[in-house]
Structures are given as structure tokens and as C-alpha cells.
Design a binder for this molecule. Structure first.
Ligand code: THU
Length: 138
């Protein structure tokens, strides 16, 4: 989804909520939807996709990131997450690391389907990250 005007928080929430509907989570029964905004305003969504070989499963956030990267986007501003957990859930550690590669200044908003909401910066969620620059230290 691409827009000329910046997407509203409500619209971004709605994209993540729509993605959550497609989550494939028969093992955890924990459905996650994510919506990631590229710097040009294009929005990419993802859901968690589990597998009978449990470690093969992927998180919603990395699903959205992969969809964005394959479409040619490498810079992002906002991420929305929706779950039906009791409290808003933050991205797992692996997703934080995946996201910081492309979006060190990402703003993350997490919603529950019952209406709770929490916001964080990725910099706060993953302090002192390992980044592409880390590989170039002398
Ligand atoms: N999950 C996500 O999709 N995103 C996260 O940040 C945390 C966890 C998924 C993975 C698995 O399918 C289920 O939630 C339970 O861990």
C-alpha cells in the first residue's frame, strides 16, 4: 500500500490487524500482525507463519521486513504490531536485530485487540546494537 499523504496511526493499526487475521499459528495460538512503513510512505504487512518444525517459524515483523526489502525498500520509519495478548507485545530480540539493520530510528507501536497500546523507539528496545558499521571497526 502506497500513499501520497502520511498514513495515520489508525490506518497503520488497521493494516497490522488485517495481517494478523492471516497469521498461521496452530502451535502457539499466538497470532501477530505487523505493518512497516517505508521512508516513502509505502506500507508492508506481515504475519507470523509457524511450522511443524518449530524453529522454522517466522515472526510477523520479519515477514513485513522481507516483503519490503524484496520490493526494493531499505529504510523505514514506523512499525505497528497487533496481537490479542493481554498486554502490548514488543518485537522479539531476533526481530529487533533484523529491524535495526534498516531502521535504527524506527518507532514501534504495539496494540492489543482489546484496545491497549504501547510505543517505543527501536533504539530503546535494542541499545548498543550490532550494526553494519560494527563490521567496519578497525
Ligand atoms: N512472534 C511474532 O510474530 N513476533 C514477535 O515479535 C514475537 C513472537 C510470533 C512467533 C510465534 O509464531 C508466536 O509469536 C509465539 O512466539
Amino acid at each position: 500500500m502506497s500513499s501520497q499523504t502520511p498514513i495515520s496511526a489508525q490506518q497503520l493499526h488497521d493494516v497490522a490487524a488485517a495481517a494478523m487475521v492471516h497469521a498461521y499459528a496452530p502451535y502457539s495460538d499466538f497470532r501477530v500482525g505487523a505493518a512497516l512503513v517505508a521512508t516513502d510512505g509505502t506500507v508492508f504487512s506481515g504475519c507470523n507463519v509457524e511450522n511443524s518444525s518449530y524453529p522454522v517459524g517466522t515472526c510477523a515483523e520479519r515477514g513485513a521486513l522481507a516483503a519490503a526489502v524484496v520490493a526494493g525498500h531499505r529504510s523505514f520509519t514506523q512499525l505497528a504490531i497487533v496481537t490479542d495478548a493481554e498486554e502490548p507485545t514488543s518485537p522479539c530480540g531476533m526481530c529487533r536485530q533484523a529491524l535495526v539493520e534498516f531502521a535504527p530510528n524506527l518507532q514501534v507501536t504495539s496494540y492489543t485487540t482489546s484496545g491497549a497500546e504501547a510505543c517505543w523507539s527501536l533504539a530503546d528496545l535494542l541499545p548498543h546494537p550490532f550494526t553494519p558499521q560494527s563490521l567496519h571497526l578497525t
